[in-house]
Write a protein that binds this ligand. Structure first.
Ligand SMILES: [Zn+2]
Length: 113
């Protein structure tokens, strides 16, 4: 444990010196609830950056799985996915020309922008 865990320490967010709550020996790194929120936000941001690729892959994989199961169904079934952004690509043509998988991948890439 730090030599001065019960004394003043600098806030990890705003760098102001503060006196940590004695009930949280050595654990408190921020001076106020606002800084605590900011610290949490930054940690989440870092975590998201690190895990972004994982989630993207996971999301795409699941989407593919789901749609391959429905491959026998009409291509209009994947149309609701384009609702967020205006469809730039003629998804039905891509699906018929290249198959459902490339169509989903293209749609996915287009929607990311
Ligand atoms: Zn602070």
């Amino acid at each position: 444990m730090a030599r001065n865990s019960r004394g003043k320490r600098p806030c990890s967010i705003c760098r102001k010196w503060f006196l940590p709550d004695v009930r949280q020996k050595g654990r408190q790194t921020t001076c106020s609830p606002d800084c605590k929120r900011e610290r949490h936000r930054r940690q989440c941001e870092n975590w998201n950056k690190k895990n972004k690729a994982y989630f993207k892959n996971n999301y795409l994989g699941k989407k593919l799985e789901k749609n391959v199961d429905q491959q026998t169904a009409s291509t209009s079934r994947i149309m609701p996915l384009t609702r967020k952004t205006k469809p730039v690509l003629p998804i039905e043509i891509i699906a018929t020309e290249y198959g459902i998988k490339p169509a989903i991948i293209i749609q996915y890439i287009v929607c990311l922008r």
